[in-house]
Design a binder for this molecule. Structure first.
Ligand SMILES: [Zn+2]
Length: 141
């Protein structure tokens, strides 16, 4: 950045001068360019995924999705238990696995995203989520 031109008379003003040497007008402060904030999604795709994760795996959603997952898993389990045919049994098992997946994913992800919780609670959630996911995914549907 070199000299700038006086806004009044057009003479060059040295960088360190506060006033125009020709006409004495105060040097116009170079206004810092207003930073045009690009939408964050355009700036960095991985960042927006992270933001999405953090806005999705919230405590509020966790308290909705985990009971929902338990409910789905229980329904699947009941269908499984009282199934009369292999098709219904499989359907029940898949529903049960689906419910367990929801619980597992939310335990795991909320264990990572929830900053306020006690670290042991979060660690427990992550471990529980991993165990549940591993167990669920190891069941042949
Ligand atoms: Zn001037």
């Amino acid at each position: 950045m070199g000299n700038i031109k006086c806004a009044k008379c057009g003479a060059e003003i040295p960088e360190n001068a506060k006033f125009c040497p020709a006409c004495g007008a105060p040097r116009e402060e170079e206004k810092p360019q207003p930073k045009v904030q690009k939408p964050k999604s355009e700036m960095n795709p991985s960042k927006s995924i992270q933001e999405w994760i953090y806005s999705f795996f919230t405590e509020k959603n966790m308290f909705i999705m985990i009971p929902l997952g338990v409910l789905i898993a229980c329904i699947g389990g009941l269908i499984y238990l009282f199934s009369g045919s292999i098709t219904v049994l499989r359907a029940g098992l898949i529903i049960n696995i689906f419910g367990c997946l929801i619980i597992g994913i939310f335990l795991l992800m909320c264990g990572i995203t929830l900053k306020d919780n006690d670290k042991y609670v979060r660690l427990g959630m992550i471990v529980g989520g991993v165990i549940l996911l591993t167990w669920t995914l190891s069941i042949p549907a």
